[in-house]
Each structure stands twice: as structure tokens, then as C-alpha cells.
Design a protein around this ligand. Structure first.
Ligand code: 5GP
Ligand code: ZN
Length: 163
């Protein structure tokens, strides 16, 4: 599958208006029976770019504070940080989570990015924690695969606090 392509023709919209995807609306009007997205990729039966906040961030439609990126991965600061350094490392292509047939090279790109993001955010030497929430019990709220990188303070020893 191809990575989602940057959509230069899209209007840049504020975060609160991210749900508006004019291309998708126009396409839906022109091709009411279309069952696959041919704007960014043909992997999902609907358009992951217009449905997914992290796709919109990864393709540049929503501007964020990017701390590191390469051709496969974008890392940006979490909107609601839970540590002095709280960065989300996301693949540019859309995968809903760990169970979404993620190619080994995407896993490799994410893991390889982590120490580089840690270095870029100044926590490589002090230490950091990586978390991948997967599914409801883990509290995954955004269905686009991502690694949380947390650091900048001493964290509790226990990794899990049950609700
Ligand atoms: P999850 O709960 O799925 O593991 O993590 C999702 C994370 O994404 C949360 O920590 C949440 O604060 C962050 N997040 C949700 N929406 C946005 C957004 O629009 N921008 C940024 N930068 N972070 C977001
Ligand atoms: Zn996505």
C-alpha cells in the first residue's frame, strides 16, 4: 500500500474544523457509489485522511508542533501532555492500531524513530517511557497507530494503574 500522499490542494483548516473535507464531499457528490478512497490510498472503504485526526496531522492539513519526522513517521507534541515531554510518534500511513496488519517495516520505522525523537526532545539521557495503547481496555482514543513517548520527569515504578 502507498503511504497517504500530501494533499496540497486541500484548504488548511483550524483543528476545530478538521472534520470538513471538501474533497471528500465533492467526491461523494460526484461518485455516490464509490467504495474506496482514491484520494490518499485505496486501503480502507472510507477515506482515512478525512476521518482521522492523525492522518490530517501527518499529511500537513492540520499544522502541529512537529519535533521530528522522516518519510515514514511524524512525531509531534500531544495536545494534552501527561509529562513535561509527551510526544506522539505516528506512521504517515493509516493503521488503526497494532492489530491492523501493520507491515514490519512500519513497526521498524516507528521503533527506530523513538530514540531519535528522544534525542530531539532532550530526554535521551535522562530516560523516557514508550506506550502504545491498543483497544478499549488500554484506553486507546485515536484509531491511528501511535507511540506515546513520555519523559522529562521521574515516573512511577509501576507501569499500570488499574481504573
Ligand atoms: P490514545 O489515548 O489513543 O493512546 O492517545 C491519543 C492521544 O492523542 C491523547 O494523548 C490525546 O491527548 C492526543 N490527541 C488527540 N487529539 C489530538 C490532536 O488533535 N492533536 C494532538 N497534538 N494530540 C491529540
Ligand atoms: Zn489515520
Amino acid at each position: 500500500m502507498d503511504d497517504c500522499k500530501p494533499l496540497e490542494s486541500w484548504p488548511r483548516v483550524p483543528e476545530t474544523l478538521a472534520f470538513i473535507c471538501w474533497e471528500r464531499l465533492l467526491k461523494a457528490a460526484a461518485f455516490p457509489d464509490a467504495s474506496a478512497c482514491d484520494i490518499c490510498c485505496d486501503r480502507l472503504p472510507s477515506c482515512p485522511v478525512s476521518d482521522c485526526i492523525f492522518c490530517l496531522i501527518a499529511n500537513g492539513t492540520i499544522p502541529v508542533d512537529v519535533v521530528w519526522q522522516d518519510e515514514h513517521v511524524v512525531a509531534f507534541r500531544d495536545l494534552h501532555p501527561q509529562a513535561p515531554v509527551h510526544v506522539l510518534i505516528v506512521p504517515r500511513a493509516h493503521y488503526s492500531g497494532m492489530d491492523d496488519e501493520v507491515p514490519a517495516e512500519v513497526h521498524a520505522a516507528l521503533c527506530a524513530a523513538a530514540p531519535l525523537v528522544a534525542r530531539a526532545t532532550g530526554v535521551a539521557d535522562s530516560g523516557y517511557r514508550l506506550i502504545v495503547n491498543t483497544g478499549p481496555d488500554a484506553g486507546q482514543t485515536v484509531a491511528h497507530l501511535h507511540i506515546h513517548l513520555l519523559g522529562g520527569a521521574v515516573m512511577s515504578e509501576g507501569m499500570v494503574r488499574l481504573a
